[in-house]
Design a protein around this ligand. Structure first.
Ligand code: NAD
Length: 414
């Protein structure tokens, strides 16, 4: 029998829209897997936390301090999607949670499961892990709306400080402004986390994705700081494209290629970079070439949805927000609250179920995590899926949210 882990309290935020429906069944799947793996029904004690509309209706706050405190205290939690309040003063609860808890790693694995629909002709072997920076970039939400006092102040100050640059602005009085901060410490720590993970998980390639050809001092700086971080901290485990370039200049292309092959055959991880738009092209033409990706916040947001489409779409794409230093981790479905499906027992709970699998792996409950993956894989292989997948799989039977989860549980039990 598997070694039984110590019991723990796991806080959860049901979320808005389809959140409560998919959270309820995801918890059942997790419970079934834990019970099967360790034969103890009391290992997980679920603790509900308030956030989003439910919290606002009950307490007048979208994100009560007690919720943040519990996430910090219990370290590992799981959440359903939260609707962004309109006109509530808070830009996005999800962004706020990540920033307030400094969960700087947004981890988004994209792995094709046998039987999943994919627009790619041969999706076998797609297994990409995206490390998206989670705390800065345009997501700081520093923006100035045309016609406001802040906008006028900003424009006046800019005109005075840098008149030549101001003169390059198109229609200064009719031009919204957003600030894109990309810092050295935050760039270094996300790249560090990605390479660290790649080393630990014996991956072969880490690609830094950026748009540094156009945004030189933000995206370009991310790339520069990222390479430096790798070259200063991972000398024995990586070989970078920049080091290769130096080698080419010193000993010539053929000799450098030979040395590179030997280094990579010896287990070193190849660290290179690809411009963001080219990554989108290559994700479609040769997704199997990607392994681990480290990127800035906005690029990561776009890329993770595009990559998810290769392996079943957002309904089956899990995620986690992690601070590797404090060990705080908040697992979540990547999609939103899908109000159009709320209360219909139609939503695909796979994204949250797989986030649960990630969560169990994170706390070392590997046997239970393996059971969830096996149960979900078998359900999909048998073509018993929710409507979003069924419409893309020939001969599939359509199951509701609850029935789909029950099917996964029955494969876990048997
Ligand atoms: P959405 O992800 O809710 O919906 C986009 C499309 O995907 C819709 O057609 C929806 O029906 C479908 N979809 C989403 N989840 C599905 C599932 N589990 N099964 C089947 N189909 C699914 O995106 P949106 O409409 O842009 O956002 C709705 C709200 O959610 C907004 O307030 C947004 O801010 C918020 N949001 C929250 C998160 C989060 O909590 N992490 C992420 C994205 C959006």
């Amino acid at each position: 029998m598997n070694t039984k882990p110590t019991s723990r309290i796991i806080p959860y935020i049901p979320g808005d829209g389809i959140g409560p429906e998919i959270m309820e069944v995801a918890r059942k799947v997790i419970d079934a897997a834990v019970l099967k793996a360790y034969r103890d029904p009391n290992l997980v004690e679920w603790k509900i936390l308030k956030a989003g509309q439910i919290a606002f209706d009950e307490t007048g706050e979208w994100l009560p301090a007690s919720t943040l405190e519990a996430i910090r205290r219990y370290k590992v939690s799981i959440k359903g999607p939260l609707t962004t309040p309109i006109g509530g003063g808070m830009r996005s609860l999800n962004v706020s949670l990540r920033q307030m808890l400094d969960l700087y790693v947004c981890l988004r694995p994209v792995r094709w499961i046998d039987g999943l629909p994919s627009p790619h002709r041969s999706p076998q072997g797609i297994n990409i892990i995206i490390f998206r920076e989670n705390t800065e970039d345009l997501y700081t939400g520093i923006e100035y709306q045309v016609g406001t006092l802040e906008h006028t102040k900003w424009m006046d100050a800019y005109k005075q400080a840098l008149p030549e640059d101001y003169a390059r602005l198109p229609y200064p009085k009719q031009c919204g402004i957003g600030i894109k901060p990309i810092s050295k410490p935050n760039s270094q720590r996300i790249v560090h986390a990605a390479v660290d993970w790649a080393v630990e998980n014996k991956r072969k390639r880490v690609t830094l994705v950026h748009k540094g050809n156009i945004m030189k001092y933000t995206e370009g700086a991310f790339l520069e700081w990222g390479y430096k971080e790798v070259e200063n901290n991972f000398t024995s485990t990586t070989f970078t494209r920049r080091q290769f370039q130096i080698m080419v200049n010193e000993i010539g292309l053929l000799a450098a290629e030979k040395q590179k092959s030997e280094l990579l055959a010896g287990g070193k991880i190849w660290v290179d970079d690809v411009i963001a738009d080219v990554v989108f092209e290559q994700l479609i033409t040769k997704p199997q070439n990607f392994d681990v990706i480290a990127t800035t916040n906005l690029n990561g947001d776009f890329l993770s949805d595009a990559a998810a489409a290769l392996a079943g779409g957002v309904g089956i794409s899990p995620g986690a927000n992690i601070n590797p230093q404090t060990g705080t981790a908040l697992f979540e479905a990547n999609h939103g609250s899908a109000e159009n499906l709320t209360g219909l027992n139609k939503a695909n709970p796979s994204s949250l179920i797989l986030s649960g699998e990630m969560m169990l792996r994170f706390i070392g409950w590997t046997e239970a995590a393996d059971l969830i993956r096996a149960g979900l894989t078998e359900t999909i292989r048998k073509k018993k899926v929710t409507f979003d997948l069924a419409e893309q799989i020939e001969g599939a039977s359509i199951l509701g949210t609850k029935e789909f989860a029950d099917q996964v549980i029955s494969f876990i039990r048997n």
